[in-house]
Design a protein around this ligand. Structure first.
Ligand code: PEP
Length: 246
């Protein structure tokens, strides 16, 4: 199974969302209908979730939120309710994206709580991990991966599905894609950690960080790369489609 996930960050209005799907869905259905081994998911901004769910009704694509809180309702101003995401038809929640960690000070402990809550609701969390440039240059990459996985999955339920997105922070939105060797090494480490902790061998590990139509083909061949989490290049229907065809 290969997973192609679009992270739209804080881009697109509801009408731009509908426009995107107007261009994307018909050609994408050709891939999805002839290939049951591909899953395509979208993480639009929370206010566009309903537009995304409605525009994709009847198509084999999944929609989810970029973040959610570990309570369904209450005095939590500014948060997104995973329960509401589920109610409107969302199935996935992205958690621990490096922008959430860096700009919104999300800790591994908070991410772990959200992860467990999302699984409890029967939704699928996609946990993002990855090292900064400074951590890579000081030889700490594998330690960072190990720590973020172990803390982020501290309360995970091994019997419920989830995904990991390995995204080196220095490769996100920079145009600097990690080398094939760097991706191979990191994904092998993630797979080894997951296996050692007793998680399913089917748990997808996605790569993210400046994936574009012209580098997707080489990256998808790497062992333990089970798909991509794509930011910038997922905003354009044609370029995301080309990545999904990789
Ligand atoms: C992301 O936002 O998760 C991401 C990988 O962005 P980009 O593809 O633009 O590097």
């Amino acid at each position: 199974m290969k997973f192609f996930a679009a992270n739209w960050k804080l881009y697109k209005t509801p009408s731009e969302t509908r426009d995107f799907f107007g261009k994307f869905l018909e050609p994408a259905s050709k891939i999805l209908n002839s290939d049951t081994q591909t899953e395509i998911l979208f993480f639009p901004p929370a206010v566009n979730l309903e537009a995304a769910v409605q525009s994709t009704k009847g198509f084999k694509v999944q929609v989810g939120a970029q973040n959610s809180y570990f309570e369904s309702e209450g005095a939590f101003t500014g948060e997104t309710s995973a329960q509401t995401v589920k109610t409107i038809g969302g199935t996935w929640i992205l958690l621990g994206h490096s922008e959430r960690r860096k700009l919104f000070a999300e800790s591994d402990e908070l991410i772990a709580k959200k992860f467990a809550y999302v699984q409890k609701l029967g939704l699928k969390p996609m946990l993002c991990i990855g090292e900064t440039l400074e951590e890579r240059e000081s030889g700490k990459t594998l330690n960072v991966i190990q720590k973020q996985l172990s803390l982020g999955l501290a309360q995970a339920n091994a019997n419920q599905p989830f995904a990991i997105a390995y995204e080196p922070v220095w490769a996100i939105g920079t145009g600097k894609v990690a080398s094939l060797e760097q991706v191979q090494e990191a994904h092998a480490q993630v797979r080894a950690e997951l296996t050692a902790k007793g998680y399913s061998v089917e748990t997808p590990i996605l790569y993210g960080g400046s994936v574009k139509p012209d580098n997707a083909k080489a990256l998808i061949q790497i062992k333990n790369v089970n798909g991509f989490l794509v930011g910038g290049a997922s905003l354009d229907a044609k370029s995301f489609l080309e990545i999904c065809q990789a």
